[in-house]
Design a protein around this ligand. Structure first.
Ligand code: 13P
Ligand code: SF4
Length: 299
């Protein structure tokens, strides 16, 4: 019997499709992908591909960003209802109201946001370029949306005093310094790596702070044999695969359930029947393209 992976491979060739997957997706999804990476890497990969179809294995803001960057391509999301809860914490309407009340502010928006709210931003950023993006606005008044933890972390690295939206990712926000200290006591030799979506009290205990892809690179180049990884558990797959001699510890609650909705069967269905196509109105693509492109051009 032909396996799901073999059928995906054959359909990919036949339809000139590429599969992009986030570092948080399930191991079998990552193994079926042509490119696995962080939000910035995936946006770059989408903007460079010459495939006709992009199958995006991630949450909806990621597929929407690919569509904004490549409006002429077909972007399929195997699970279009896989959303990032943080993206819903800030709406386009709220940002329009803020802009009307504070016309002197530049709005910097984490890509973990809806396409509609991207239309109201001056520039987007990801966890890997938030500091660089803020520096490009030195001297301006800045509102950072929606993630208050990433915003606070990036601001503290630039010395800028910025206004923060009150959004957060529950997976990262609910990691506490007490729990991290327990892990450190249990694994005293471990290097602590944290995603900047974690709170300051957790980041203060970390040896390395950065995007998911920066953690993969840090683990690869480190001499340490043990790591405490303060981000989502999907990262375990690549970290263990690329570093079979090293050990990685995660917090049990760190599961992004929507990322885990994507399966080989849903990829196969999407490729076979074109299900989950991202359709955005031309006006939304036109309005959101500027902020996303400005970020890519800075990278
Ligand atoms: P990265 O851009 O670091 O992959 O992060 C995306 C994300 O959703 C973190 O929760
Ligand atoms: Fe969104 Fe958090 Fe999931 Fe990242 S881990 S996609 S921020 S809900």
């Amino acid at each position: 019997m032909v396996s799901a992976s073999e059928r995906i491979l054959e359909l990919k060739r036949k339809k000139n499709a590429v599969i992009l997957a986030h570092n948080y997706t399930s191991p079998e999804v990552q193994d079926a992908a042509d490119y696995v990476g962080d939000s910035l890497g995936l946006s770059m990969a989408a903007s460079k591909t010459d495939a006709d179809i992009i199958v995006f294995c991630g949450v909806s803001f990621m597929g929407e960003t690919a569509k904004i960057l490549c409006p002429d391509k077909t972007v399929l999301m195997p699970e279009p209802d896989a959303h990032c809860a943080m993206a819903a914490m800030c709406t386009g309407k709220e940002l329009r109201e803020f802009r009307e009340a504070h016309p002197d502010y530049a709005i910097v928006g984490y890509v973990n946001s809806t396409a509609e709210s991207k239309m109201e931003m001056d520039i987007c950023c990801t966890s890997s370029n938030a500091i660089k993006v803020l520096r490009s606005l030195e001297g301006r008044r800045v509102l950072f949306v929606p993630d208050m933890n990433l915003g606070a972390y990036a601001a503290s690295n630039t010395g800028m005093d910025i206004k923060l939206w009150r959004g957060f990712c529950s997976i990262h926000h609910f990691m506490t310094a007490t729990r991290v200290k327990e892990f450190k006591d249990r694994y005293p030799e471990a290097l602590v790596m944290a995603h900047p979506e974690c709170r300051k009290e957790v980041l203060d205990l970390a040896d390395h702070i950065g995007s998911t892809e920066s953690m993969i690179a840090a683990a690869r180049s480190s001499d340490r044999k043990e790591f405490i990884v303060l981000t989502e558990i999907g990262m375990k797959h690549r970290l263990e695969k690329e570093n079979p001699d090293k050990i990685f510890h995660f917090m049990e609650h760190a599961v992004c359930t929507t990322m885990k909705m994507i399966t080989l069967d849903s990829i196969l269905d999407s490729l076979t029947n074109g299900t989950g196509e991202i359709i955005l109105p031309d006006s939304v693509i036109a309005g959101a393209k500027g902020p996303v492109k400005r970020m890519i051009d800075l990278a």
